[in-house]
Design a protein around this ligand. Structure first.
Ligand code: PEP
Ligand code: MN
Length: 333
C-alpha cells in the first residue's frame, strides 16, 4: 500500500510511521509517502489522521504502477533530453557493444554526431558468458567515453557489471545500464537506488515481467525516481534466434506501469540481418527509446560481433525510422 501523508507531517513523524508500518519513506513534491508491503490492505484507524491518500495494490508492483502515477514518468537524461511524460520522444541510442579503443569509440561518436544521435552506448565492464572472452577495458574504457562526451557533446550510457565499480559508472555515465545478467543483483540495484542518475534496467532473459518490474521497485523504493525499463529478449525454446523479443510483454508494461520503455532489438535477435526490421517494428509500437549496437567493422568486434550493424546499415535504418515516427506522432531525438 502507498500512503501519501498529510503535508504537515514532518520527517521525524514520517520515519516513525514508516518504521511501524515496515515502509520505505520517500519525499515527493514536498510531502512524505510511505511504501508498505502490498499485503497491507487496510489501514488501522489510528494512522488515518496522518494520511491524505492510501492506494492499495494487488501485488508488489506499486511505485511503478499506473495506479500510483497514471501516465508515464518523465526521465531527464540531460536538460535537453527527456523521455516519457508528455514528450512523445523516442531516444535513439547507438554505439558498439564494448569500448575497444579510442579510434573505435571515436568513429562511433562521429557517426552519432553526423546523424544527430545524442546518446552513445558502449560497455567498459562486460558481463560475458565465458571467462576466456574479452571482459572490457574497465575504467580506461569509461575514461574514453568521458572524452567522447567532452569532445562531441554526447550523453553516455554504460553498463555496470558488479557492485565493485558501480560508483565509477555512476560518476562517468549519464545513464547507468544494469544488464540482463545483473537484473537480480541487489548490490547494484541498491547502489543505483541511492543515485539520482537515470538507470536503464534490462530485463533478465529468464524473468517474467512481474519479476522485472519488481527489480525496478528496488531502485524506486530506495529513492531514485529515474528508472527506464529495457526489453532485450527472453529465452524461449527457439534456437534460430539468440533470444525472443517479448513485444507482448512490452504492451503489458505500457498498459500497467508508469516507467518509460526502451527496446533493444540487437541483443534480442543476435544477428545483424534482422535488426533493421525488428527496430522498425519496435518504433511502430511507440517506445520511448531504441538501443542499437553499431561498430565501424562488426566482423572484428571483440563482443557481440554477429549482431552489430555497420555504419552504412545503421544510417539507412535511422533514416527509415523517421516516417514511422511521424505516422505515430513521435519525435525521434
Ligand atoms: C549489452 O548491452 O551489451 C549487453 C551485454 O546487454 P544484455 O545485458 O542485454 O545482454
Ligand atoms: Mn552487446
Amino acid at each position: 500500500m502507498i500512503l501519501r501523508l498529510n503535508k504537515n507531517v514532518d520527517e521525524k513523524k514520517a520515519n516513525e510511521l514508516g518504521a511501524e508500518l515496515r515502509s520505505f519513506v520517500l519525499k515527493q513534491n514536498g510531502s512524505y509517502i510511505l511504501v508498505s508491503p502490498s499485503k497491507l490492505k487496510e489501514l488501522e484507524e489510528r494512522y488515518r489522521p496522518f494520511v491524505a491518500e492510501s492506494i492499495p495494490f494487488n501485488d508488489d508492483i506499486q511505485l511503478a504502477s499506473k495506479k500510483f502515477i497514471a501516465g508515464t514518468r518523465q526521465v531527464n537524461i540531460s536538460d535537453a533530453i527527456a523521455i516519457g511524460g508528455t514528450t512523445n520522444n523516442t531516444v535513439v541510442i547507438t554505439g558498439p557493444c564494448s569500448v575497444e579503443s579510442e579510434e573505435q569509440i571515436g568513429q562511433a561518436a562521429q557517426l552519432c554526431t553526423k546523424l544527430g544521435v545524442k546518446v552513445l552506448r558502449a560497455g567498459a565492464y562486460k558481463p560475458r558468458t565465458s571467462p576466456y572472452t574479452f571482459q572490457g577495458m574497465g575504467v580506461e574504457g569509461l575514461k574514453l567515453l568521458d572524452r567522447m562526451r567532452d569532445k562531441y557533446g554526447l550523453k553516455i550510457i554504460s553498463e555496470v557489471r558488479d557492485s565493485t565499480h558501480v560508483n565509477e559508472i555512476i560518476r562517468y555515465a549519464d545513464i547507468v545500464q544494469i544488464g540482463a545478467k545483473s537484473m537480480y543483483d541487489h548490490g547494484i540495484l541498491k547502489a543505483c537506488a541511492k543515485a539520482t542518475k537515470p538507470v536503464l534496467l534490462k530485463r533478465g532473459f529468464g524473468t517474467t515481467v512481474q519479476e522485472f518490474v519488481q527489480a525496478a521497485e528496488f531502485i524506486l523504493s530506495g529513492g531514485n525516481e529515474n528508472v527506464i525499463l529495457c526489453e532485450r529478449g527472453i529465452r524461449t525454446f527457439e534456437t534460430k534466434t539468440r533470444f525472443t523479443l517479448d513485444l507482448c510483454g512490452v504492451a503489458w508494461l505500457k498498459e500497467h506501469t508508469n516507467l518509460p520503455i526502451i527496446l533493444d532489438p540487437s541483443h534480442a535477435i543476435g544477428y545483424a540481418y534482422g535488426v533493421p526490421d525488428l527496430t522498425r517494428a519496435c518504433m511502430a509500437m511507440g517506445c520511448d527509446g531504441l538501443l542499437i549496437e553499431t561498430h565501424p567493422n562488426p566482423a572484428v568486434a571483440k563482443s557481440d560481433a554477429s549482431q552489430q550493424l555497420n555504419f552504412e546499415e545503421f544510417t539507412k535504418l535511422y533514416e527509415s525510422l523517421k516516417p514511422i515516427a511521424k505516422a505515430i506522432g513521435r519525435n525521434i531525438i
